[in-house]
Ligand binder design. Sequence first.
Ligand SMILES: Cc1cc2nc3c(=O)[nH]c(=O)nc-3n(C[C@H](O)[C@H](O)[C@H](O)COP(=O)(O)O)c2cc1C
Ligand code: SF4
Length: 452
Amino acid sequence: MTTFLTTPAAWPSILLARRDAADPTDLASAVRAGAFGGLTKAMRELGPAATIGLLEEAGLRGRGGSGHLAAEKWRAAARTPAKARYVVANGYGADPSVATDRALLETDPYAVIEGAAIAAFATGAEEVHIAVRAGATEAIARLEAAIVAALEAGFIGDDALESGSRIEILVRPVQGAYMLGEETVLLKALESKRGQPEQRPPHPSTKGLYGRPTVVHNVQTLAVVPYILRHGAAAFRKIGDPDAPGTILVEVRGPDGAGVAEVPLGTPLRDVIALVGAPARGRKVKAVVIGGPSGGILPASQLRTPYSFDGLRAAGAHVGSGSVVVADDRACVVDLARILTRYCADEACGKTIPCRIGLRRIAEIGERLTTGTSRAGDLQLLEDLSADVVGSALCDHERLATLPLMSGLRYFRAEVDAHLERGECPAGVCRPATLAPAAAAGPSTRASRAQA
Ligand SMILES: Cc1cc2nc3c(=O)[nH]c(=O)nc-3n(C[C@H](O)[C@H](O)[C@H](O)COP(=O)(O)O)c2cc1C
Ligand code: SF4
């Protein structure tokens, strides 16, 4: 069962708007609350090109983490000549600590189905694959029942809404590791192939599932689309951030509570973390880890940062999985960064050497910092390795995996230095018995890098 956090009454709701208004297991109640109004408008009034134009006007950006413009993907898929096209809804939810996509599928499966059907209609795709983590049994059951109901009502199927368009929607339970959420890996899994990321371009929008043009979106991105169709681009643009209109689901976790909430993009971080309450008496917010395993660690001084794709990126974090974790002053940032970096190194698929070896070396630097075994030049080595890893990135995992340590270094330098130079963990988290000062904090060299 998902815990939903209470949000301020003034915050608009798109993704969870039907949470109280409609029964997720009953199509009629969802239709009364607006479901399939967007698809009807796209099919009966706008047509494919104007639907994509509206999406462009609305400035919808993908909720899967990177914030790419949705209309660009749709247009590329629609324009690429092909015998078949596909839409893939990414509901895998790679970050195991985040339940936002599962919560959406359980709460309003119709919004995802409708958004995917609009994408299929606009791009000329006949088949939609909704990928869901195999363990999310309730989400799968609700989706399957909702698809059957939408099919029986004629919203999808051989002649969807008598438009002449055929739209088949399939639920595809998938199970795997963290990397399975990456779109090119997910596409291979849907083809029952072993998956490692592929170099892009070509992007899936021109060469995706079975080599055909494929629009891949996070389930939230698709669930927003019907709102834009029903209410128009201007109404959508009034919500959220001018550069990233609309809302997004986040999973906020603090020492005293956790849950899923819908927040307008651009909301100051301070207001997002307030959803789990103030720190316990006598405690202070020390850091906020944003974006999941490859997330950035921001200090309390950055709480004015807007929760948006560009705002977070500028501060050294990213939307990523939608995870927002509040650490109070009992936490050690160096230790947090160590844990996240180790996870990222272990989850790297191993296809490219700079990522496979580089992330492992970087994780080892984190481990040396927290065990008092740091070597001279470790920080310079960290910076050099990070630049190399990011510079040679084949996929976004490699581009982002160094963020925890790099943002820790950027904002918590004194705490890092305490570990490195004095063998101290100011928060008392790292094992003090093993902490000892670095042998000598001399300048790093390429030679020290080669040894590492
Ligand atoms: C390691 C890794 C894991 C990812 N996991 C997910 C995921 O669980 N769900 C998701 O929608 N996108 C995930 N992504 C991003 C996808 O590759 C892709 O950009 C996204 O599904 C596109 O959807 P959007 O246009 O709605 O943002 C992941 C990316 C990486 C590098
Ligand atoms: S960059 Fe890392 S995670 Fe991405 S394909 Fe290469 S080894 Fe795999």
